[in-house]
Design a protein around this ligand. Structure first.
Ligand SMILES: Nc1ncnc2c1ncn2[C@@H]1O[C@H](COP(=O)(O)OP(=O)(O)O)[C@@H](O)[C@H]1O
Ligand SMILES: [Mg+2]
Length: 244
């Protein structure tokens, strides 16, 4: 199995998982892992099963077969809110903010499930990490730009101080400058000790920041390698990077 860096520990392990929506097989016999301190990208065409794999990790879909281990413990039958308290947070596709609540209130919602009450100090940390939110703290989430909303969704997920951050299509619909910012922030978050599992349409940027990546194709993983090797792979270049 591929490993990355020195002294990395296996954090998340999805073993031979299959998920269906009624008669539709979304993923079949898919195996992937995330080590501590890694950024792992999942790329592949629309409908290939990337979001389903992420939802499976977060307990949002029923897993028909296989298992998912987090720190060696099965989380296959654990509900999403429990995932959060175990150290896994999700930034969902489309952000799913509370539009009529302010930036601060949205961040507070992120701390809601956490035990203890040091959420306030944490809000200041989040605003330091995502300074664009500082001047907007009293504004309603619904009036923010798409890029600012993505920052807020990221900040809300970080309120739980996750060990593993899941993020589905974080760059979708963002202006080019915000695309750069979001990827820079993911690197920064990772450097501070959080593993990141990233689903992305923007294969090039995802692979540029990822230590490792998985390429999905019709419900299966058909390639896995380091981000660097995938960027240089002929097959990946042809299919996803618009070149040969
Ligand atoms: N809620 C759903 N109900 C029925 N089918 C779904 C649902 N979500 C996804 N699918 C189907 O499952 C497959 C995988 O989808 P998805 O995981 O969203 O792929 P990706 O994120 O790679 O675009 C596709 O065939 C898709 O149409
Ligand atoms: Mg998707």
């Amino acid at each position: 199995m591929l490993t990355w860096g020195k002294g990395e520990k296996l954090l998340l392990e999805a073993k031979n998982i299959s998920v269906s929506y009624g008669a539709v097989k979304a993923i079949e016999d898919v195996t992937f892992h995330v080590n501590s301190n890694e950024i792992v990208a999942m790329i592949g065409p629309n409908g290939a099963g990337k979001s389903t794999a992420l939802k499976a990790v977060f307990g949002m879909v029923d897993i028909l077969s296989g298992d998912i281990l987090f720190n060696g413990e099965s989380i296959k039958d654990v509900r999403p809110d429990k995932h959060v308290s175990m150290g896994i947070s999700l930034v969902p596709e489309g952000r799913r903010l509370f539009p009529s609540m302010t930036v601060i209130e949205n961040l507070e919602m992120g701390a809601f499930l956490r035990k203890g009450n040091n959420g306030k100090a944490n809000i200041e940390n989040i605003l330091e990490l995502l300074p664009v939110l500082k001047d907007k703290r009293k504004q309603k989430a619904g009036v923010l730009s798409t890029g600012e909303q993505q920052m807020l969704a990221l900040g809300r997920a970080l309120m739980q101080k996750p060990k593993l951050l899941l993020t589905d299509e974080p760059s979708l619909g963002l202006s080019p400058s915000y695309v750069d910012i979001i990827f820079e922030k993911l690197i920064e978050i990772n450097k501070s000790g959080t593993s990141v599992l990233l689903v992305e349409q923007n294969a090039r940027m995802a692979l540029e920041i990822a230590h490792r990546g998985y390429v999905f194709k019709i419900g299966k993983i058909f390639m896995e390698d380091t981000g660097k090797n995938l960027l240089e792979s002929k097959e990946v270049k042809k299919a996803f990077l618009g070149g040969v």
